[in-house]
Design a protein around this ligand. Sequence first.
Ligand code: HT7
Ligand code: ZN
Length: 889
Amino acid sequence: PKEIFLKDYKLPAYYFDTVDLGFSLGEEKTIVSAKICVVPRVDGAGSPLVLDGTDLKLISVKVNGNELKEEDFHVDSRHLILTSPPSGNFTLETLTEILPQKNTSLEGLYKSSGNFCTQCEAEGFRKITFYQDRPDIMAKYTCRIEADKSLYPVLLSNGNLIEQGDLEGGKHFALWEDPFKKPCYLFALVAGPLESRDDTFTTCSGRKVALRIWTPAQDLPKTEHAMYSLKAAMKWDEEVFGREYDLDLFNIVAVPDFNMGAMENKSLNIFNSKLVLASPETATDADYAAILGVIGHEYFHNWTGNRVTCRDWFQLSLKEGLTVFRDQEFSSDMGSRTVKRIGDVSKLRIYQFSQDAGPMAHPVRPHSYIKMDNFYTVTVWWNWKVYEKGAEVVRMYKTLLGSEGFRKGTDLYFERHDGQAVTCEDFFAAMRDANDADFANFLLWYSQAGTPVVKVTSSYNAEARTFSLKFSQTVPSTPGQPTKEPMFIPVSVGLLDSCGKDLPLSSIHHDGMLESLTCNGQPVYTTVLRVTKGEEEFVFSDVPEKPIPSLLRGYSAPIRLHSDLTEDDLFFLLAHDSDGFNRWEAGQILARKLMLSQVANFQKDKPLVLAPQFVHGIKCIILDSSLDKEFIAKAITLPGEGEIMDMMEVADPDAVHAVRSFIRKQLASELKQEFLNLVKENRSLEKYEFNHANMARRALKNTALGYLGSLDYQEVTELVLHEYKTATNMTDQFSALAAIAQKPGKARDDALADFYDKWQHDYLVVNKWFALQSASDIPGNVENVQKLLEHPAFDLRNPNKVYSLIGGFCASPVNFHANDGSGYKFLGELVVQLDKLNPQVASRMVSAFSRWKRYDETRQNLAKAQLEMIMSANGLSENVFEIASKSLA
Ligand code: HT7
Ligand code: ZN
């Protein structure tokens, strides 16, 4: 396979002006016609025109209406090359045959569950027709679709519907025209027996936009929340970013077979049905929140990605980092900002940081790739976003510039680049120029891989009333980048007095400069330090007493921070910090320290102990009625096993699992009454509502239930069963089921059987049932998962089912990393099987192996053997090859 490098980027020799596509959708084959107006770039004229095309059957090729002679073109399984095209503008017409019914990769045009559907990002358009499949080719499209009317009553593509009508032989057609220029990865087509939920949105300038969400008829009642989310997103983008929707129609289609979460095709977003369909009985609060966020995300792409797109795929973060940032802000504004930030940072730590420390480490803007698809995802779970670190980079611009400065920057970015395909430097320049800002070496965030490690030490001088913070930073070496330069790190800081109140910050000394920190004569309580060097000191003046510093407030930069805060300081911050994120963070640091110390005990065969101070800290949080309930739920949840393993020299899944289970059970037992009270006091109100207050009650009650489920008392087992039986929504029902399922036995078996019985007709709920069982830590679970592969509800061709069952299994460290190698063998064999059907999904699964060098020698050998077996498989895809070979390197 060929590696592609950022440094090799060249402007295309030819641009495309207009593209007229025609699709004749058939039961055996589909015929695609493409008429393209080709415009040579000034110095490109006459050079060969190289079109991408993967496994297409070329029927004919014409230039300016004349069939090309054999000596004027070359065609193979990857390209069509016009060897001597005319020197001026010309028309290129091709006719190709494709087989969507046989396309199980779900990339290009495919037929599944009765629908024709496309997925073109990143390089799927070349599976549809011959084209320059690169995002800097932006053209205006029309699309005419012809198909059997009874099988495919709905025919959709991008833009506006221009014409439709009946044809002979029971067929019909639709002609769509998209007035905006777009790259081919945003092209979309859907045809099938769908119905729509219709609504309208009136934009800020008074235009009425028709909104339609398409699903099979029986699913329409489950689209209410998606429609609510879409309208909320449209309004929010107008208010916060000044972005108005630009067409009169916006379509969303939900399909059950989709590799990722959703796709932002111009005016025709296609969604994995998991991220559209919800009802209180079948979807959890987490599902509702994910739908809100992803509907927002895809809608926001209309400006960040579609109107302004990427020059090449190395710039992916230009659209994804910015759009993830926008969807995070949207969800924050719709719910609790602190809780959202905690969730986003946890995700960043679990996925991004562990990737940063492994063989797939790459900068926000990679230098090379073999298969672009691999840069979209990092892990094995349905949580498909890889772009979180890019979003953190965008967030740092905002932290440095403030809300107004950031908005000035985005306004300038849209003004300068509307209709263009641009680079990360263009975004940087707009932020800088709109604010006349000094960003020092900020661009390093795009090119340098790895998570910076920052150490902070503090000291107070009572006589001089100064408080100093000394920073030192290093960036660990990563594959291909052995040495690194210091980064520009914005560190948001506040100082707490001995009562826990924020001290006013008056001035700061840095680099021989004295800077006043008051703002319009008003005191400032949080300031952003610009850390740019390997070693640096900042000195606060006029500090009346020894403060406790609250560092990296709101997690103002994606770094690993090590400070000299003592345990007492951390308990103090946990109890008092006005920054909610840091309050949670203090508890997490304490929990991580505790867990690591007990892991050391476990490894030395010493008894495990739970420090009373920690139990007391958790109890205080539970009893603090001033706190948001969802925050409490987060604050009393221990860091995940993966996070702890990441902090160890040699990851030990058995020790970490034993310790986490021990602490959970001990907390449950010592705080049993408190947890019982939480359950009783926070039972769901009559009617399910997706609002913060109700979700917070459910989150707290169900977290408490999870703790109680770890205990062995009859009374508790009965309570958990009672909660399961009386639940009136999926959030409560599934949480109770998960609590019961913690321990093997009859209660577990009966509840799981009952749940399947109830929900077997709903495949999205059945996926939850698969995931719950596969991710279970009960010993020897690999056998259960093997059996579930044979379950009639399982299907290897459906990505959601694979993510639930196989992805779920890899997310359980004890069973996946079982030291007899059974988990590795299970995954290795599956990857080979899956790769033949769907390389994108297979490569997502194989990435579970990528950190094999972090484990002990026995596990290393077992995992390596599986990777080698995969590498030796016949016909391995580029997707899997890239991950497996980089993992072995
Ligand atoms: N921009 C979309 C990416 C995407 C994708 C990429 C590779 C293969 C399949 C895919 N489906 C969707 C999703 C987004 O970020 O909004
Ligand atoms: Zn996106």
